[in-house]
Write a protein that binds this ligand. Structure first.
Ligand code: 5RP
Length: 213
């Protein structure tokens, strides 16, 4: 799978313009993108996680504060699952909240995935939800009642925002936009890893050769 991730990451470089500030996501596919990024001569990057910020800095790329950059021309990130309409499940790396913020601040979202991430319908991979710690059980009960899914607390993880993660298993997601909105409304939810209302604009699959839609 490393080769597929590398191919998708390399293909994303074609979307990067020299001298721009871009958003950079989190995960093993994005790590390959960051490693290749110095050649693109960007002016700087907004990072979706502390892990990404450290890797960018280690490659000599300036990490900028989103409050100081305004709208970004491009956001590049991976996904845990992607459907034919480019709607995504994200958050396997627990960075979903900042990923959603940087995606919302970007004109174009290019998603880079290995072939295993393509699905006909979202729900096969667990759906991450970041919660305020004191609301963990309240949110878990509400999601279980609302969806029939099984929320499991990712006990060893605290997010960059001090939040906790629930992974919701066993979902059949027929209406991703509606589910995203419904989970967002629950008191104590920071964000949900469904990227349906703002899907990717382009998905690059790291087959040999890579292709996109
Ligand atoms: C992190 C994410 C990642 O983009 C997603 O988990 C994919 O990771 P990888 O590229 O390692 O397969 O959403 O929160």
């Amino acid at each position: 799978m490393t080769d597929a991730k590398q191919r998708a990451a390399a293909a994303a470089l074609a979307h990067v313009s020299a001298g721009t500030v871009i958003g950079v996501g989190t995960g093993s596919t994005v790590a390959h993108f960051i490693d290749a990024l110095p050649a693109a001569r960007i002016a700087g990057a907004v990072a979706s996680s502390e892990q990404t910020a450290a890797r960018l800095r280690a490659r000599g790329i300036a990490v900028l504060d989103l409050n100081a950059t305004g709208t970004l021309p491009l956001y590049v990130d991976g996904a845990d699952a992607c459907d034919p309409r480019r709607r995504l499940v994200k958050g396997g790396g627990a960075a979903l909240t900042r990923e959603k913020i940087v995606a919302a601040a970007s004109e174009r979202f290019v998603c880079i995935v290995d072939p295993s991430k393509r699905v006909e319908r979202l729900g096969r991979s667990p759906l991450p939800v970041e919660v305020i710690p004191m609301a963990r059980e309240l949110v878990a009960r509400t999601i279980a009642r609302m969806t029939g899914g099984t929320p499991v607390w990712r006990e060893d993880v605290v997010t960059d925002n001090g939040g906790w993660i629930l992974d919701v298993h066993g979902l059949v997601i027929d209406e991703p936009e509606a589910l995203e909105s419904a989970i967002d409304q629950i008191a104590g939810v920071v964000s949900v890893g469904l990227f349906a209302r703002r899907p990717a604009d382009v998905v690059i699959v790291g087959d040999d050769p890579p292709w996109s839609w």
